[in-house]
Ligand binder design. Structure first.
Ligand SMILES: Cc1ncc(C[n+]2csc(CCOP(=O)(O)OP(=O)(O)O)c2C)c(N)n1
Ligand SMILES: [Mg+2]
Length: 360
């Protein structure tokens, strides 16, 4: 490697540590000139405990899904969300009933945050009759119109155009709802993202584009794949405001989500939130993870874990004891165990189901 290349790598590394996961959102990347808004929401005891439970449910659910996958009970692909829990939980806490979510294949956390039945999600992973798509969709394809969750999509970036369509329908129906379209750092380089941005800003559609920058697209780091790495500014040429958010701190996520949703709801058009986060596990269950060091992952887990941050704050404030938190964990584990039990004992779909729910 030449000297210049080495220098560039070093510069990229310095940039990573100053704006990486765990970094506080700075006013430079704030959108809409709104520098007075707080970077971090002040949480009440109820909010902290709600966030704790919701994030823990996602974590325990995903750990169990990983185990079932290892036992050969889940077929096909399975992309875990462990490490990124604060992003979807913070957004859930900011949304109003009727606001929609749509995401890619790393979708179990979004479903749980949108109150989809954990049993139905787990049974879909194992391909059983009681799964949310009757056992025929699998990990990447679950929906609930009733809960305003629109999938679950395996094509990178597809959900961005579809989410823009959800925003269009909100505007057309004048229902006051906002669509939240989640996608990754890798997806943010996709062509249809920019076609969507253009239309959304042109027609002032209520869509929050949530870029979950977990630092990697499969085994490729953002620095290796993206010409510009401040993804919050990707809407600049369309005049879409954006901000970079500490996606490991649920309070920062809530504060930024409030701003973004308010912007969209008041008719000003779309908004971009780059949630700087980190995925602890591999891209999918079959990822050997040779592209990053164990130390890198360990550092993130020990210094920025979203659940540990809440746990520490709650204990420091004397809002709960170790025993109280253990009781929440026990409760969550029981719910997950019940889902796993159901997902293993529910029958597989009848063969006749091969001919239903298909377009001819
Ligand atoms: C159109 C398309 N191209 C490529 C793929 C293969 N693929 C699946 S996931 C992925 C990486 C996406 O990374 P990112 O957007 O950062 O999301 P993350 O997996 O990190 O959540 C790729 C290239 C695909 N599914 N669809
Ligand atoms: Mg990624």
């Amino acid at each position: 490697m030449g000297k210049r290349q080495l220098e560039m790598r070093e510069m990229a590394a310095t940039k990573r540590t100053s704006s990486g996961a765990g970094a506080k959102a700075d006013s430079r990347s704030r959108g809409a000139g709104d520098n007075s808004a707080p970077a971090i929401a002040d949480f009440s005891k109820e909010q902290e405990l709600h966030a704790y439970r919701e994030m823990l449910l996602i974590r325990r659910f995903e750990e169990k899904a990983g185990q079932l996958y290892g036992m050969g009970l889940i077929g096909g692909f399975c992309h875990l969300y462990i490490g990124q829990e604060a992003v979807v939980v913070g957004m859930q806490m900011a949304k109003k009933d009727g606001d929609q979510m749509i995401t890619g294949y790393r979708d179990h956390g979004h479903m749980l945050a949108m109150d989809l039945d954990p049993k139905g999600v787990m049974a879909e992973l194992t391909g059983r009759r009681g799964g949310l798509s009757k056992g025929k969709g699998g990990s990447m394809h679950m929906f609930s119109k009733e809960k305003h969750f629109y999938g679950g999509h395996g094509i990178v970036g597809a959900q961005v155009a579809l989410g823009t369509g959800l925003g269009f329908s909100n505007k057309y129906r004048e229902n006051g709802n906002v669509a939240m379209a989640f996608f990754g750092d890798g997806a943010s380089n996709q062509g249809q993202v920019y076609e969507s941005f253009n239309m959304a800003q042109l027609w002032k559609l209520p869509v929050v584009y949530v870029i979950e920058n977990n630092k990697y697209g499969m085994g490729t780091s953002v620095e290796r794949s993206s010409a510009t790495t401040d993804l919050s500014q990707r809407g600049a040429s369309f005049g879409i405001p954006g901000e970079q958010v500490d996606g490991m701190d649920v309070r920062a996520v809530l504060a930024a989500s409030d701003r973004a949703l308010e912007h969209c709801r008041s008719g000003k058009g779309p908004y971009i939130l780059e949630m700087v986060t980190y995925r602890y596990r591999g891209h999918s269950m079959s990822d050997p993870a040779k592209y990053r060091s164990k130390d890198e992952v360990q550092k993130m887990r020990t210094e920025h874990d979203p659940i540990e941050q809440v746990r520490k704050r709650v204990l420091d404030a004397n809002w709960a004891t170790e025993e109280d938190l253990k009781a929440i964990d026990k409760d969550v584990r029981a719910l997950v165990a019940e889902s796993a039990e159901f997902a293993q004992n529910d029958p597989e779909p009848d063969v006749s189901e091969l001919y239903t729910d298909i377009l001819l």
